[in-house]
Design a protein. Structure first.
Length: 375
């Protein structure tokens, strides 16, 4: 606290050198910020003669009403669309006798064979179906149940159609890919014994992918589902990808005070791959609003203060409420009107003078007995 007081006294003396002063006889009712919160030091109006303003580098700017575009810049991670992924398991024990989808990264189509499986249960069920069909009408229900059992075990439609047509059992039957996509992970090996607990393939369709982005808590209120987003690869900033925000995750990470949002984007050429990092821009049209440069705002930690020019040489402190940052400016929600003039440089000097004058007046207004109390 002593250090802070010394610094402010130094600034005050500097202001006196330049001739900065305030009207010490002004009525207390004109001290616009004299009733500030206990957490903030009070401020009073400050007079700066015109010939001294340039000496301390004092400049002003006007609040302007204009169209505002809020741009959020962040990074995202490419992930597969979870609605277009498949984890392949069997529903029966057996041995893999042939592999068709034989390496990670291979493209597969829905209905394309992945592997052939030998299982005694598959063979016996085929024979059960054939035997029942030979009994004609008497075995029709048994044949139907046997065929349905094969389908429930995941045997492909081609295999069951072949069985119905030929009435011949095969040693091993093929199992097909349930989706279009690429093999992301593979554990299936020719000759391996498998059971339903084992994941044999992870297949993902990458023709449309997700970008999961990190947002600061303050940005969440300004974006919504459907907003446009532009993406660029860090190593190729000239190439842009366009997508839309499709989902905003409901939870906040307490340690970082950030949230996640999801962008969906077409990826027909497969240039974006899971695990990649991308630079993301989300632009939001906020309509017309009053804006001021961010360097004209004094942030006390609990309030935002600007010094408004009320005459050629007088400046009054005023509390304002600000919205999101747009470029190098703040949107003003309340406390300042269009075309009002505020200090945009050297305002820390004005602020220091204002607070010191308020402190001096407070000391002068105290009774002598109070000033000596406790000594």
């Amino acid at each position: 606290m002593k250090k802070k007081t010394i610094i402010e006294i130094f600034i005050f003396l500097l202001l006196l050198v330049f001739g900065l002063h305030s009207d010490a006889q002004e009525d207390h009712s004109k001290m616009n910020m004299g009733q500030a919160s206990n957490k903030d030091e009070p401020r009073v109006t400050v007079d700066v003669p015109q010939d001294q303003q340039s000496k301390i580098g004092l400049k002003t700017t006007k609040a302007k009403k204009e169209k505002t575009l809020h741009t959020i810049r962040t990074v995202g991670t490419v992930t597969a669309d979870q609605t277009k992924e498949a984890h392949v398991h069997t529903k029966i024990n057996g041995w893999i006798e042939e592999i068709y989808a034989d390496y990670v990264g291979k493209a597969v189509k829905k209905g394309q064979p992945l592997f052939d499986l030998y299982s005694p249960d598959l063979v016996s069920t085929q024979e059960e179906y054939i035997s029942a069909k030979e009994q004609k009408s008497a075995g029709s229900d048994i044949a139907k149940v046997a065929l349905e059992r094969l389908k429930l075990w995941g045997v492909s439609q081609k295999e069951t159609d072949r069985l119905v047509k030929t009435r011949k059992a095969k040693r091993s039957l093929s199992f097909d890919s349930p989706v279009d996509g690429f093999i992301v992970n593979k554990t299936a090996i020719r000759g391996m014994y498998i059971n339903p607990e084992m994941e044999l393939y992870h297949i993902a369709d990458l023709s449309r992918i997700w970008i999961v982005v990190t947002l600061y808590e303050s940005d969440i209120a300004t974006i919504s589902v459907g907003d446009d987003a532009e993406l660029r690869l860090p190593y190729d900033l000239n190439k842009t990808f366009k997508g839309k925000i499709s989902y905003i995750y409901p939870e906040i990470e307490t340690e970082t005070r950030t949230a996640k949002a999801r962008i969906e984007i077409e990826n027909k050429d497969q240039k974006l791959k899971p695990g990649m990092f991308v630079n993301v821009e989300v632009k939001k049209d906020l309509g017309e609003a009053v804006v001021i440069p961010d360097d004209s705002v004094i942030d006390t930690g609990t309030r935002r203060i600007v010094f408004v020019k009320t005459s050629q040489s007088r400046f009054e402190p005023r509390e304002i409420k600000v919205g999101p940052r747009v470029g190098n400016s703040f949107i003003v929600l309340s406390g300042l009107k269009d075309q009002e003039e505020v200090v945009s440089s050297a305002h820390f000097l004005i602020d220091a003078e204002s607070k010191l004058q308020a402190a001096l007046r407070k000391g002068e207004s105290q009774p002598a007995g109070h000033q000596g109390h406790g000594k």
